[in-house]
Design a protein around this ligand. Structure first.
Ligand SMILES: Cc1cc2nc3c(=O)[nH]c(=O)nc-3n(C[C@H](O)[C@H](O)[C@H](O)COP(=O)(O)O)c2cc1C
Length: 212
């Protein structure tokens, strides 16, 4: 007759199984985020990023450009002249929000934003960027700048005739923000009861079920 393991051993096993199950859920979300980088139709391709401006939260949509699941980071591209950069320079705390309607999953993240500007990595990204996308960084106005009347914020040439001067100017405005995730709140809507997990990524990173 098999001898039953002591209660504390059973509990340790239960905890290990639970953690493994939760980690599989995180792994799935990271896989979906990875797919979303190149799939413009993926629900996670765009997300919302919140910064703080004098205690007032500011939100905007951005496109997911990179994910590093080992470092728990994600990145987006933006214009160095934009308000979000000024806000991040004053307060590095940001929140990111994704929602996958089809799978009814919301992921909310909190993290620290880091600016990458004129680095080797950025030069490489810029050199591979489509000319049409480069145009977004070549406009004469800083995003958010006041205009007396509508004017397209585009250079006076098209994507096929980018001059080296315009290319240089665009590159100077181009930057990348990487968010170093501190925690992630996963929520799955279900009729039988919504499921919610809190993942934290500090040195004693853990994953726990929380009430929805
Ligand atoms: C679908 C969509 C995708 C966008 N992607 C980006 C992006 O990747 N980077 C970016 O800087 N702005 C993007 N924008 C514009 C921003 O939402 C925002 O209007 C702009 O960056 C100015 O924001 P700020 O004044 O808060 O800095 C996107 C807007 C939409 C609607």
């Amino acid at each position: 007759m098999p001898v039953e393991a002591p209660t504390f051993v059973q509990n340790v096993k239960k905890n290990i199984n639970n953690t493994m199950k939760l980690d599989t859920i995180l792994e799935t979300e990271y896989t979906e985020l990875q797919k979303a980088i190149t799939d413009g139709k993926h629900e996670y391709h765009c997300f919302y990023i919140a910064t703080i401006n004098n205690e007032i939260p500011k939100l905007r949509t951005v496109v997911l450009r990179a994910l590093n699941k080992d470092e728990n980071t994600l990145s987006f591209h933006t214009d160095l002249r934009s308000n979000k950069i000024k806000e991040i320079q004053l307060n590095k705390n940001v929140s990111a929000l994704f929602y996958d309607k089809k799978r009814r999953i919301q992921i909310r993240m909190q993290g620290i934003a880091k600016l990458d500007q004129n680095s080797n990595r950025l030069k490489k990204i810029w050199s591979f960027m489509r000319p049409e996308s480069k145009l977004c960084y070549m406009g004469p106005f800083a995003p958010g700048e006041r205009l007396d009347q509508f004017q397209p914020n585009l250079p006076n040439h098209n994507a096929q005739s980018i001059t080296s001067q315009s290319n240089k100017k665009g590159y100077e405005n181009f930057c990348r923000i990487t968010i170093y995730l501190q925690n992630l709140d996963w929520l799955q809507l279900e009729h039988s009861g919504h499921k919610r997990i809190h993942f934290s990524f500090d040195k004693d990173s853990k994953s726990i079920w929380i009430a929805s």
